[in-house]
Design a protein around this ligand. Structure first.
Ligand SMILES: Cc1cc2nc3c(=O)[nH]c(=O)nc-3n(C[C@H](O)[C@H](O)[C@H](O)COP(=O)(O)OP(=O)(O)OC[C@H]3O[C@@H](n4cnc5c(N)ncnc54)[C@H](O)[C@@H]3O)c2cc1C
Length: 389
């Protein structure tokens, strides 16, 4: 399994449930994919956002003896020989040799970013904060260590093989800076929907004020021939509506406006639409042209009732869509075709024991990714039982 998001996890859990061993190859340090960074959107009552389903699957997979989990690994090479796939992988080794380290703390003092820190009686490196690992000149920790216990660039090589492969590598979020008209990173108070997820989860609070005014701008990076993709993101209406209702639940005096083109993907979500009706959330059918700064606040400019309007808010949330992940050299070696929009296409791949699942096939929500993962597992079992694997 390449990719440990909801689709890959569901696939691994299904295989394990049927007594078939598998290995998850995950690039990030932890399993869960994007769901790891998403918030539950129903603090008082469940809004069926499925984020907790993804968390439960992760726990189930981590507890399973049939699943080997390799996190923090990069694919180096893949080859198929005598009907079996073989992946060559690379993984960074522990930067600090615990056996040699005397815990003197000199590296912690020398580190300019706080990447080296004493935690639980040991010194640990936060790789994301390390200047040297971001390609910048530093290595101060290495030069001050009196016992030579630090190697920032050490790596080990691993190899994994199997009779079938499931690719569940996900999609990418549209980077909001790629549409500068909407002001992300330029106008104070403009944030992305992923930043709002961190706020809802309490990881990175945003000052909304009890009576503040908040706007959601939907379809950012989707359904456009300008910045982004022509595809509908399939998830942004649903998650934005749940986010807006969750915000309203927390601060009932908050003024919330949602700028939408139309509602998509809300079939079967009658409960959400009923909740919206009674919520006081204002819905404006318009695709805003830009977000500008007006007296230090973000103001949304849009066409409404035949005139151009400009309305100021305290916070503007850009509901970013999902777009195809960038080409990955090693996955390209697997020869999976893409459609004209860049999504992977399951075209005759099953004949060679290669199956696809989740949002690498196009934007979709967690529920659909889980269904995909389960069906990829069943297809892989049928392939292996067919004797071709
Ligand atoms: C702001 C926001 C809020 C959302 N809220 C919701 C919600 O409330 N409910 C909902 O149903 N959906 C929500 N979604 C959509 C949800 O995130 C996706 O449906 C889901 O994460 C897709 O799962 P996946 O397994 O296909 O991919 P991902 O979750 O993207 O997982 C793919 C994994 O593959 C790994 N990977 C990629 N390439 C490689 C490689 N070469 N080698 C090894 N590993 C690799 C990645 O690191 C990642 O961990 C939201 C999306 C956004 C942007």
């Amino acid at each position: 399994m390449v990719g440990g998001g909801p689709a890959g996890l569901a696939c691994a859990a299904e295989l394990a449930g049927r007594g078939i061993g598998c290995t998850i190859i995950e690039r990030r340090e932890a399993l869960g994919g994007r769901a790891q960074e998403l918030a539950c959107k129903g603090s008082v009552h469940c809004r069926q956002c499925d984020v907790c389903r993804a968390h439960r699957l992760r726990d189930q997979v981590l507890a399973s003896e049939a699943v080997t989990v390799l996190t923090g690994v990069e694919l180096e090479q893949v080859e198929r020989c005598s009907g079996r796939y073989r992946f060559a992988l690379r993984r960074p080794t522990e930067a600090i040799d615990g056996g040699r380290c005397s815990r003197c703390g000199k590296c912690v003092e020398a580190c300019p970013t706080g990447a080296m820190a004493k935690r639980g009686g040991r010194i640990r490196l936060d790789r994301g904060l390390c200047r040297s690992l971001q390609g910048l000149e530093c290595e101060r920790c290495v030069s001050v260590c009196p016992v030579g216990a630090i190697d920032l660039f050490g790596e080990e090589h691993l190899s994994v093989s199997g009779g079938a492969v499931v690719v569940a590598t996900g999609a990418r979020e549209f980077p909001p800076a790629a549409d500068p008209r909407l002001g992300w990173g330029l106008v104070p108070g403009v944030i992305s929907s992923m930043q709002l997820e961190a706020h809802l989860e309490g990881r990175s609070p945003i000052a909304l004020g009890p009576k503040g005014k908040v706007a959601f701008v939907l379809c950012v990076g989707s359904r456009t021939s300008k910045a982004g993709t022509q595809m509908c993101s399939a998830v942004c209406c649903k998650y934005s509506l749940r986010q807006a209702l969750a915000l309203r639940e927390r601060a009932s005096a908050l003024g919330i406006t949602m700028f939408i083109m139309d509602w998509r993907g809300l079939d079967g979500e009658d409960a959400l639409l009923r909740e919206l009706e009674g919520s006081g959330i204002q819905v404006v059918r318009a695709r805003p042209a830009e977000v500008v700064e007006e007296e230090g606040r973000p103001a949304v400019r849009y066409a409404g009732d035949g005139t151009v309007r400009c309305e100021a808010f305290d916070v503007v949330i850009l509901s970013i869509g999902l777009i195809p992940a960038l080409d990955d050299g090693t996955l390209t070696e697997l020869g999976v075709p893409r459609d004209e929009l860049g999504n992977l296409v399951d075209q005759g791949c099953g004949d060679r024991g290669l199956f696809l699942a989740g949002s690498c096939l196009g934007p979709r929500d967690i529920e659909r990714c889980i269904e995909d993962g389960i069906s990829a597992a069943r297809d892989a079992i049928a392939y292996l039982e067919g004797g071709d694997g």
